[in-house]
Write a protein that binds this ligand. Structure first.
Ligand SMILES: [Zn+2]
Length: 287
């Protein structure tokens, strides 16, 4: 209903047997554009992703309470606990900081505080995403070059495909001849069989070569398009001075914080989807 779609036939109730059967989604009746949509499909799907991630990370807040920006996303690298948010106010200045929940609940003997401020995390993530965007643009240029090179060589490859196809046809004719010879000379069937086998292997190899020639072009174009759409998304997100909570959760899956002996923190980011697997930043906390 949020997106204007009416879905019927979700359950079937039997008055005789007093049962309710749930109908699988593919058998339900969907009426697209049945009513005016409240939100567009993209927003709806993003909301589903966010709701799922909230379930997965175990975010809990009382109804009506604010869910902090990084709630459920930060994990202690030492004890594995989630970080909890605290609002601090010192001499009129307020900020939000996150600390290891073990330290918060059981004290210093269990785990160190790992305290990190929200604005520090914001800065790290902004810098990392900007670098990531640049890396993606660089590699999409690489794919651009591959496609350009390919286009230059295309006539040559088209000729190769034609040659391979002719060779295959030729081999098939040979196989037919060998089969006839085998019929006339049953005593030496084994020899003919191995001749056929050899040609069949050759045909399979040639067909693979043709397939590779055709696929190459397609794959490099596809990879480039994927990279470009990721870069566009990042560009859009980074254009705003402040990354929205929703975009942050769409981009960043997990943040691991490790506290070194000297009190400095290592922050390790895990990105969602097609982004780089992870990256680590090391910085000192200024008390
Ligand atoms: Zn901890």
């Amino acid at each position: 209903m949020y997106t204007g779609t009416l879905v019927n036939h979700k359950t079937v109730t039997s008055k005789i047997y007093k049962t309710v059967d749930v109908i699988p989604p593919e058998e339900q009746y969907r009426h697209e554009n049945f009513m005016p949509a409240i939100i567009d499909k993209e927003t709806f799907e993003q909301a589903q992703v966010l709701l799922e991630s909230r379930l997965r990370s175990g975010v809990r807040a009382k109804f009506g309470n604010t869910i902090h920006r990084y709630c459920g996303m930060i994990k202690c690298a030492e004890c594995g606990a989630n970080f909890i948010a605290k609002k601090r106010t010192v001499t009129g200045k307020s900020w939000v900081e996150y600390t290891c929940n073990s330290n918060h609940r059981y004290g210093n003997e269990y785990c160190t505080a790992h305290t990190i401020r929200e604005e520090q995390l914001d800065e790290i993530i902004h810098t990392e995403l900007a670098m990531l965007c640049q890396e993606i643009l660089d590699s999409s240029q690489k794919y651009d070059e591959i496609v350009r090179e390919w286009n230059k060589k295309k006539p040559k490859y088209d000729k190769m495909i034609k040659d391979y196809t002719e060779k295959i046809a030729n081999l098939k004719v040979q196989i037919e001849q060998v089969i006839i010879e085998r019929i006339n000379d049953r005593e030496h069937a084994k020899v003919y069989n191995s001749m056929i086998e050899k040609r069949e292997v050759e045909i399979a190899e040639l067909m693979q070569k043709i397939e590779d020639c055709r696929k190459f072009d397609e794959l490099s174009k596809k990879r480039r398009d994927e990279l470009m759409s990721t870069a566009e998304l990042l560009d859009e997100v980074l254009f705003e001075p402040y990354i929205s909570d929703a975009n942050l959760r769409l981009l960043v899956r997990k943040i691991n914080v490790h506290e070194n002996e000297d009190g400095s923190l290592d922050v390790n980011l895990e990105f969602n989807g097609d982004f780089k697997d992870s990256s680590t930043v090391c910085f000192e906390i200024d008390e």
